[in-house]
Design a protein around this ligand. Sequence first.
Ligand code: ASP
Length: 567
Amino acid sequence: MNINELLDNKNGDQIEDLTGWIDSIRDHGGLTFVDLRDFTGSVQLVFDKSAEINAKLKNEYYVSIKGLFKKRDEALINNKIFLGDIEIEVSELTVINKSKTLPFQIEKDIDTDENIRLKYRYLDLRREPMKVNIMTRSNTFKSIRSIMNDLNIFEIDTPTLIKSTPEGAKDFLVPSRKSPSNFYALPQSPQMYKQLFMMAGFPNYYQIAKCYRDEDSRKDRQPEFTQLDLEFSDASPSLVKSNIEKIVKFLFSDAYDCKIDTPFETLSYKDAINLYGTDKPDMRIIETLKDISELFNDTEINFLKEILDNDGLIKALHTEELLTRKQIDTIDADIKEMGSNGLGWFKIDNNEISGPLAKLLNGSEKADILKFGSGTLIFQAGEINSIAQYLDFIRRTIFKPSSNEMYSFVWIEDFPFFEYEDGKLQPSHHPFTSPKDNETFKDDPINAVALHYDLVLNGVELGSGSQRINSPDIQKLVLQKWGLSDEEIDDRFGWFIEALSYGTPLHAGFAIGIDRLVAEVLNQPSIRDVIPFPKTQSGLDPLTNAPANIDENVLEEYNLKYINKDE
Ligand code: ASP
């Protein structure tokens, strides 16, 4: 019997075989009070003959009891536990299993190093907040399956030992024992397979898919994560977006008991960068970036003049708050660490302007700056793509969300087709995304726009999708412009281009990051808190010690040899 089932009982009922963990023990002389906890809640047990019980029980022992169900007096109700208005007078106790001394307490708030929590994750998951996180995740899966059924979208699975699906990361590789010197890759996403379903004639597809990306440990990413992956045939971005809105709206009401408004606002990538300094804007913050370049048309401030002469911009944020020197110095240090040359600022107080550059301002600049009104004007000058990230950081640092909505969604679209990452040209989504205009792409791929759309929630990228290329020629062209040689294209993607060549319908899709969604809904600082068994930031699993060394004999079976590069 579990604790929740006690609700069906009344005063004086005999309780049989109630099981659970000993949560706490309080010795009150002749009586001992014990909180018993299971998955469904906790309840107080009362034992007489204290001494005997104390010797027998310890925290986290798993026990079974028989006893008498008693309603507690009004004055004695314990509001801290789930069934605080009842207690069980225990007549018989069986210890089913003892517990070793715990590495940390099974309590709501603990201050234990995350590595220790992960090493004993099965104990960490006994804690109430972790249980709530994992159950919210489970409810998310349940609601997904329910809305997918309602929308008549088919759940179909795809293989995980594959060739390779590029999504901008490195592959996790699996050596093939039977085919010496050959490797499978784990999918970075089911992208190409879901497109094959559309080529095969299925009208749609979804999967709750595991994806694997071997990335240098970027903040709050996991080498293995879970996506709700979707694809629709005969589809356009607007059809996909409206389906995603239906799905997200349903998830919020069904799994998270929260009403959200649809349709979501849409912003172009360019506007997002210009107004918020990022393609993942937190729209709950209403303040936007102002372009103040024109104010400085005749400036005598040399570095600003130089930047403006070289087609740079001066972008500013104005807060009514008079930031302290300490606040300014902290932001200055933070953005310098990110690569900025430093923070530009003017304070406006009592119609006076102060700040390191105030003395260099000419009359019209002063007049224009005073128009902002009392407060602090903070700015960055340079080429928009290089200053955007600092402005985004400053915006999120000096302003707090002021919208009443807890969840603020926005679509971002019209992304550049390619971007530079570490000096290398990369598709800003993936190479199966359709250019917005094929002719423009042919002439000027670097400046082409992609039919790629992202969904952002409270400043977090929740998902991405795109219209797919459905012509083999365009697919080949995109891969060529990406920099692949014809041999590489043939070797890596020849089979896919071949598959596109048999009457491929228009198709488009999307994927929602489930870990991020649940973390955002529960306002958790890290996605690790909503993943049952996550890896650490450096990709390790402290519980099982994966990844692990492989014995040389086993390596040999796989035709592999370990080379120590340091030797
Ligand atoms: N495969 C993409 C991703 O994993 C999503 C998509 O384009 O549907 O981000």
